[in-house]
Design a binder for this molecule. Structure first.
Ligand SMILES: Cc1cc2nc3c(=O)[nH]c(=O)nc-3n(C[C@H](O)[C@H](O)[C@H](O)COP(=O)(O)O)c2cc1C
Length: 266
């Protein structure tokens, strides 16, 4: 996290001037950020507990699960929960980032992130939190509902800004996309999400089919037995890739000294 992000957080935490700590109303829980709440596990799916990770100070591996749906307990969440449960069986922790229903700004191509190297100029809560969670994650899985044959526009708005300004936080971390649709368009949405990873030097984890479940409601997804198996296979492959990286402990490949950018303009 950059110093600027830290400053932002500190500002928000300052007590309101003139009021005592006692009289301040309790902070409202933020419904769209349900990452590892105190006590472990997700709300409201209490059965999804993170594994106990007393590794005597050793680093417990963590996979960030991004629910790009406005439905915090919908179909995408159901698929991500299957992944979380499988990862937990492999003693890998998960953090859940909920996009929710907040308005999300898109990239305005101001290029300030590239000029200053301090992240996106818009330091909204979703962006700052995504950066924080991505930095601490070892692997990332992005989930989206299919909207008109593509991923949710709000999710893409956030991911455009995140990957354009902060992809250094996730380079070389294994990644995967999953999608949920009622009927069609899943592979186009899946392809679109994978493009974020392959331009950011992230190894893409695969499964036994293109990562999708079908349903309009979570109950439908639970009936999609093949879809759920695809999610479990993906989670096991993610765990395998993370363990391989950990075991090999190889230094990251060094980039070339100068990065080329050749625009197709005559
Ligand atoms: C605006 C909008 C567009 C949609 N477009 C498609 C589509 O192109 N193809 C499809 O099969 N389902 C489409 N759906 C249905 C959702 O993708 C599907 O219900 C999904 O599983 C919902 O996931 P969620 O419960 O996590 O939000 C659309 C839904 C909405 C609200």
């Amino acid at each position: 996290m950059t110093a600027r992000f830290c400053m932002l957080k500190q500002c928000r935490l300052k007590p309101v001037h003139g009021r005592s700590q006692k009289r301040r109303p309790a902070a409202r829980p933020r419904p769209f950020l349900l990452y590892n709440p105190p006590g472990g596990g997700y709300r409201p799916v209490v059965s999804l507990q993170n594994p106990v990770t007393d590794h005597q100070g050793a680093h417990a591996m963590n996979v960030l699960l991004i629910n790009g749906s406005p439905h915090k307990n919908g179909c995408v969440f159901t698929a991500l929960s299957e992944i979380a449960e499988t990862l937990h069986k492999q003693q890998i922790e998960t953090s859940m980032f909920q996009l929710g229903t907040q308005p999300v700004r898109g990239c305005i191509a101001c290029m300030k992130c590239r000029e200053k190297g301090e992240g996106c100029v818009f330091k909204d809560e979703l962006y700052v939190e995504l950066c924080r969670l991505a930095k601490q994650a070892d692997g990332i899985i992005v989930g989206s509902p299919v909207y008109y044959g593509g991923p949710n526009g709000s999710l893409c708005a956030l991911l455009d800004r995140f990957f354009f300004s902060a992809s250094a936080l996730v380079e070389h971390k294994p990644a995967a996309a999953i999608v949920s649709c009622r009927r069609g368009g899943s592979t186009a949405a899946f392809d679109r999400l994978n493009k974020y990873f392959t331009i950011s030097q992230m190894p893409v984890v695969s499964s036994q089919y293109w990562n999708g479940v079908h349903g309009r409601k979570p109950e439908d997804v639970l009936k999609d037995l093949e879809g759920l198996q695809i999610m479990r296979t993906l989670a096991n492959n993610m765990a395998w890739m993370l363990r391989m990286q950990e075991k090999a402990a190889l230094p990251l490949p060094a980039p070339e000294a100068a990065r080329q950018q050749t625009n197709f303009i005559r």
